[in-house]
Design a protein around this ligand. Structure first.
Ligand code: ATP
Length: 129
């Protein structure tokens, strides 16, 4: 189950939110490391009401359902008006990078694309069971 982090722990883990991994629909994502050495991605959400709803939904969905095709939600944190979601760090980055910005060396062949599609479908099916 995801654990509750305190804000100071996330500040330390991310070296004060210094390494930005990217930005999604809900806010910025930062790279970090926990004391046990494992790498994490910390998603920061501003506390608007629709964001709070997705924060809770994420906590209750992938937060409680471990599956090999779903990124693991390690924990969460709330601080002032902000909510944070802490995930396992995915070293190969986002799939869109591979699909839209692949170069000749990193191009995905059709066999690999088919496997990715099936694995996504399996993860989604498991999530919505
Ligand atoms: N667990 C992770 N490990 C490594 N990088 C991540 C991780 N989660 C997000 N990122 C990076 O941060 C960027 C933004 O991610 P985020 O999930 O917020 O956006 P998104 O993929 O557009 O999804 P959403 O629709 O939820 O906003 C990604 O493109 C990726 O580069």
């Amino acid at each position: 189950m995801p654990t509750r982090f305190c804000y100071e722990e996330l500040q330390i883990a991310t070296e004060n939110f210094s390494k930005n991994l990217g930005e999604g629909g809900f806010g910025l994502v930062y790279e970090g490391s926990l004391l046990d050495g494992s790498k994490i991605a910390v998603k920061c959400l501003e506390g608007l009401s629709h964001v709070k709803k997705s924060f809770l939904a994420e906590k209750q969905s992938i937060g409680s359902i471990p599956h090999v095709n779903l990124v693991r939600l390690r924990g969460f944190c709330t601080w002032k008006t902000q909510c944070f979601l802490v995930y396992d760090f995915m070293s190969k980055g986002s799939l869109d990078k591979w699909i839209y910005h692949g170069n000749q060396e990193h191009i995905l062949d059709w066999k690999c694309r088919k496997k990715i599609i099936l694995d996504i479908a399996k993860g989604l099916a498991y999530l919505h069971e």
